[in-house]
Design a protein around this ligand. Structure first.
Ligand SMILES: NC(=O)C1=CN([C@@H]2O[C@H](COP(=O)(O)OP(=O)(O)OC[C@H]3O[C@@H](n4cnc5c(N)ncnc54)[C@H](O)[C@@H]3O)[C@@H](O)[C@H]2O)C=CC1
Ligand SMILES: CC(=O)C(=O)O
Ligand SMILES: [Mg+2]
Length: 371
């Protein structure tokens, strides 16, 4: 199969779809890989590194979109990218369609087949292609939140870990999945007073078992969510209903009850965010303030630590990329229902129920898409 990797073009996105090691695995299996020149510059991999791994370097993204049978990316295609996709072509990347009607319409119009990293499943009920970036974003959340808490950045002027004789910051994490657990772990490591809220009691039990009293857990009733959020210095938004738009857990009218200068890090922003006042921001201009609450809502947080993130992402995506290239997408999805769960768009139709529900499309059932 001819596989193409364009350079990412989202604001401050330095990750790349394939590492040189992944290219080598694909070419050893008989596939041809085209990489846009300088696509790996942001992770410290040169065109020569890719050539040594067996890739061909091409000068423009247009050459990739015109020729590749499978396009492998990291971020959802931007307008100029989805306008170049075409029928019969396979796109394998993050999509986050539910909060993004324009991209969804663009992919439908293209006629291409699109498999979203974030809805591929595993046998334990996890999301194996989302998890590595959730680990990264979760671990970054206290770090970016701590910066936002500084006075010069609009924050309360509170140090996460406090000092002897002065209490640490109160950090509340809504959603105790991969992002939430990783955020809590780092915040606790920085000395903060950390509580995780979730609606899944089994998950709270797991967190309690693993972290003991270092991290408090609380069932996410409306009452307890409000009480904890209103008393917090930093709130991390980390909920997910796979493929769906994030539920809005804190409304605009509740924001004024939060402490002035407190900070929201809404990691769930890629699915639309779990605060009503959240709007996606970029690494170039990551925060804004509403009602004295600093909002950090960067939708591609892992792009800032592109090298760590790209290698972690490829560890997870490579087996699926190989299956797609070796068998073609249809057979690969027939053989693996977990990969098939990633199918979001095929031949002008939405094929993922939560996306269809969020945006008002008919859903083409998976069996029909695979027939
Ligand atoms: N902004 C960024 O750069 C990145 C964003 N993300 C996003 O972060 C979000 C979280 O991802 P993961 O942690 O991997 O998901 P996950 O599925 O591991 O965890 C989500 C948790 O939210 C809980 N939950 C769902 N509804 C809830 C509610 N109403 N109240 C309390 N808890 C609730 C679930 O029980 C689950 O434990 C996703 O939207 C993901 O796409 C992930 C990576 C990077
Ligand atoms: C998951 C996601 O949105 C990201 O890594 O950018
Ligand atoms: Mg994102």
């Amino acid at each position: 199969m001819l596989i193409g990797v364009p350079k990412e073009i989202k604001n401050n996105e330095y990750r790349v779809g394939l590492t040189p090691s992944s290219v080598r695995e694909l070419t050893i299996h008989g596939h041809k890989v085209k990489i846009e020149t300088m696509a790996g510059a942001g992770i410290g991999c040169s065109d020569e590194d890719y050539v040594a791994a067996g890739a061909e370097i091409v000068g423009t993204a247009a050459e990739i979109f015109a020729t590749a049978e499978m396009v492998i990316k990291v971020k959802e295609p931007q307008k100029v990218e989805y306008e170049q996709l075409r029928e019969g072509q396979l796109l394998f990347t993050y999509l986050h369609l539910a909060p993004d009607p324009d991209q969804t319409a663009g992919l439908i119009k293209s006629g291409a087949t699109a498999i979203a990293y974030e809805t591929v499943t595993d046998r334990n009920g996890g999301l194996p292609l989302l998890a590595p970036m959730s680990e990264v974003a979760g671990r970054m959340a206290p770090q970016v939140g701590a910066t936002a808490l500084q006075k010069a950045n609009g924050g309360r002027g509170v140090l996460l870990g406090g000092v002897p004789g002065v209490a640490p910051a109160k950090v509340v994490v809504i959603g105790g999945g991969v992002v939430g657990t990783n955020a809590a772990r780092i915040a606790a490591g920085m000395g903060a007073d950390v509580t995780i809220l979730d609606k899944n009691v089994k998950r709270l039990t797991y967190i309690d078992d693993v972290f003991g009293p270092r991290i408090k857990t609380q069932y996410a009733t409306i009452d307890d969510t409000e009480a904890l959020v209103f008393d917090a210095d930093m709130v991390v938004g980390a909920v997910l209903i796979p493929g769906a738009a994030a539920p809005k857990l804190i409304r605009k009218e509740q924001l004024s009850k939060m402490k002035p200068g407190s900070v929201i890090v809404d990691v769930a922003i890629d699915q639309g965010g779990c605060f009503e006042t959240s709007k996606a921001t970029t690494h170039a201009d990551p925060t804004y303030i509403i009602d004295d609450v600093v909002h950090y809502c960067v939708a591609n947080m892992p792009g800032a630590v592109a090298r760590t993130s790209t290698f972690a992402l490829n560890n997870a995506t490579l087996p699926f990329a190989l299956a797609l290239a070796n068998k073609g997408w249809k057979q690969a999805c027939k053989d693996d229902p977990h990969l098939a769960a990633g199918l979001n768009i095929h031949n002008g139709k939405v094929t993922y129920q939560a996306v269809a529900d969020a945006l008002g499309y008919d859903n083409l059932p998976l069996e029909q898409a695979l027939s």
